[in-house]
Design a protein around this ligand. Structure first.
Ligand SMILES: Cc1cc2nc3c(=O)[nH]c(=O)nc-3n(C[C@H](O)[C@H](O)[C@H](O)COP(=O)(O)O)c2cc1C
Length: 372
């Protein structure tokens, strides 16, 4: 009988260990990044610690998006990773996860134009590649408010954005995270630069595909130099139109990006397949398997996976790791439930964002069956 070796990346099982960067993950099941908007002071709390530690049986946890700077903030009550207080607040969380045998990466987030002056220091306009207003509501402390036309970043400000990601990566390691995931998905700043609907620049960061992927690559190289040895992941959502993002032709953008990523030592490429939280197929989209084929490192798939789809993706080897979002909100013991083929707790969407314990740390674990 074949034995499972720790870190044997050739098996096609969902529940077998896998080597990711310097780590041997227990299984290939990942907790996707999930903003829960329960950080009124921008810091992690005892509840945050309890919530993540309940989910430490995942092969890897990716934290909710952590704002990399005051300018990066786009949603009220979301945590940051730019001050000493932020760093200190995350240490008990990461050590609790480690104490429970888990691994946790920090997701680094800059929302770009998906913000509001109410959320910006001094009430200034949010920044973006170009002054193109997204037709979305921002989530301020006072509730939803329509986004305003952002201020286009000057080219001499872009090294400062890269530096903010670098400092946030240093801070994340200092807070005990095992690595970081750069958020280049879902219509936020890096995604805005990659798409011609939001990026109308005429300098070295706009126009051609090569120019539009430049900032994402600069950030990824800089962060990977800090979180070296394969402790940096990158999240993209090539077919997503969230936050009013549009792109005349995403395929060449993302194939060019992936080709360049192959020269950087990464932990993984995380691909949201389809519309985030919606349909896995998109009219006029392209076959994302092209990215799986081109990328030489680990490929993490997300969006609408259930047990059957995850097992089938592993059997057909269309992904190395599967990230679960909504199922992880409602099922702290998701790994055990998937292993047993047990039913899942339903999600209570009303408590997804904001609030306290309810819908956060009180989802039930499956009762352990008494031995017969
Ligand atoms: C409440 C909630 C919060 C989310 N927050 C984030 C986030 O902070 N960063 C991110 O990249 N995606 C975020 N997402 C998207 C999820 O990571 C995931 O892509 C999406 O839920 C689809 O996966 P699923 O079908 O397994 O739920 C969020 C989704 C939900 C439902």
């Amino acid at each position: 009988m074949a034995t499972r070796k720790l870190g044997d990346n050739t098996t096609t099982d969902l529940f077998s260990p896998i080597a990711l960067g310097p780590y041997a993950l227990k299984n290939r099941i990942v907790m996707a990044p999930l903003t829960r908007a329960r950080a009124p002071k921008g810091v992690a709390t005892r509840l945050t610690q309890e919530y993540y530690s309940q989910r430490a049986t995942a092969g890897l946890i990716i934290s909710e998006g952590l704002n990399i700077s005051p300018q990066a903030v786009g949603y009220a009550f979301t945590p940051g990773i730019w001050t000493t207080e932020h760093i200190k607040s995350w240490r008990p969380v990461t050590s609790a996860v480690h104490g429970d045998g888990g691994r946790i990466f920090a997701q680094l987030w800059h929302v770009g134009r998906v913000s509001h002056p109410d959320l910006q220091l001094g009430g200034v306009l949010p920044v973006a590649p170009s002054a193109v207003r997204p037709d979305v509501d921002a989530f301020t402390v006072e509730g939803k408010k329509p986004a305003k036309t952002p201020r286009a970043l000057r080219i001499d400000e872009l090294p400062g954005i890269v530096a903010d990601y670098e400092q946030a990566a240093r801070n994340a390691l200092d807070a005990g995270f095992d690595g970081v995931e750069i958020h280049a998905a879902n219509g936020y700043l890096l995604d805005q630069f990659m798409r011609d609907g939001a990026n109308q620049r005429t300098d070295a960061y706009g126009g051609s595909v090569e120019n539009r992927i430049r900032l994402t690559l600069e950030v990824t190289r800089a962060v990977a130099a800090i979180c070296d040895g394969g402790r940096t992941g990158l999240r993209i959502s090539p077919l997503n139109t969230a936050s009013d993002l549009s792109d005349s032709n995403p395929e060449p953008v993302f194939t060019a990006l992936v080709d360049q990523l192959n020269d950087i030592v990464l932990a993984y490429l995380h691909v949201v397949e389809g519309v985030t939280g919606g349909s896995r197929t998109v009219e006029g989209g392209f076959d994302l398997n092209v990215l799986r084929q081109r990328f030489k490192g680990l490929y993490m798939a997300n969006n609408g996976y259930d047990r059957d789809l995850a097992l089938s993706a592993r059997r057909s080897n269309t992904a190395d790791l599967i990230a679960f979002g909504r199922p992880y909100i409602a099922n702290p013991d998701l790994v055990t439930r998937l292993e047993r083929g047990a039913p899942l707790n339903p999600l209570d969407s009303a408590t997804a964002y904001g609030g306290g314990d309810e819908g956060y740390i009180d989802y039930p674990f499956q009762a352990v069956k008494a031995p017969v």
